[in-house]
Design a protein around this ligand. Structure first.
Ligand code: PEP
Ligand code: MN
Length: 274
């Protein structure tokens, strides 16, 4: 891809994004937590549960880009303060979404990673702003976007002087309706061919089905993903957002007990994928 000046693979060696001591791009980094921050109790309980299961970072949305304007939109500042408390209690770095360029500078004071959601992947004003934020960025793939369009969006962030971009494949729209989206796992080796940036997989939004999250997490690790981002809720039946796809802490613990050994096995027995 000739137009990529900074994101292209041949520009430099693999990028490792250091997030308060957690290195994305080395081993397997697992980010877990609720779709949205709903209350202090829900968030803190979930944070402790995912930490106990071995997660490296905590996720939770304070600003939710919902399909319907009448759906729960997130707690905003109050949600960010709750996330800050979860970090204080568990030590887990926080990944949270920002949806408005005007909010980037103050949301960056709370977040360890700023997430750009699928619906905003091509929001160029937002990309430029997070490029200036001084925070690592998790750039989700647009649900209708090609790899080239996605990498050009990463280029927007890099060209503002922010080298810390992590890509996240979260499924694309196809004719299939059994799953919420179609997980494009070939994006992992393809992205590694095209760019030096790390790539993680979101098996939650890509499948939208509890029973498929574990198998696709395993497949993601086998495909060489640098990490996973998974939705976990202390009480999924009470979740205000994406309730049907939220894992219980027990289910998440089960998946962790499979993906960690698989990652170690692959690291020790397969030649490094470079
Ligand atoms: C999310 O991670 O909570 C989210 C809204 O994801 P996506 O942008 O991939 O739909
Ligand atoms: Mn969600």
């Amino acid at each position: 891809m000739k137009n990529l000046k900074l994101a292209s693979r041949d520009q430099k060696k693999r990028t490792i994004v250091n997030v308060s001591g957690v290195e994305v791009g080395r081993g397997l980094v697992v980010i877990a937590g609720p779709c949205s921050v709903e209350s202090e109790k829900q968030t803190i309980e979930t944070a402790h549960a995912v930490k106990a299961a071995g997660a490296d970072m905590m996720r939770g949305g304070a600003f939710k880009p919902r399909t319907s304007p009448y759906a729960f939109q997130g707690l905003g500042l109050e949600g960010l303060k709750i996330l800050e408390k979860a970090r204080e209690e568990t030590g887990l770095p926080i990944v949270t979404e920002v949806i408005d360029p005007r909010d980037v500078s103050w949301v960056a004071e709370f977040a360890d990673i700023l997430q750009i959601g699928t619906r905003n992947m091509q929001n160029y004003a937002l990309l430029k702003e997070v490029g200036k934020s001084g925070r690592p960025v998790l750039l989700k793939r647009g649900m209708y976007s090609t790899l080239s369009e996605w990498l050009n969006c990463a280029e927007y962030i890099l060209s503002e002087g922010n080298p810390d971009v992590i890509l996240c494949e979260r499924g694309i729209r196809t004719f299939e309706s059994y799953t919420r989206n179609t997980l494009d796992l070939s994006a992992v080796p393809a992205i590694k061919e095209l760019t030096h940036l790390p790539i993680i997989i979101d098996p939650t939004h890509s499948t939208g089905r509890l029973s498929l999250i574990g198998p696709m997490s395993i497949a993601s690790v086998a495909a060489g993903a640098d990490g996973l981002i998974i939705e976990v809720h202390n009480k999924p039946e009470e979740a205000l957002c994406d309730a049907a796809q939220a894992l219980t802490p027990e289910m998440f613990t089960g998946i962790m007990s499979q993906v960690r050994p698989l990652q170690s096995f692959l690291e020790n027995s397969m030649p490094a994928m470079s």
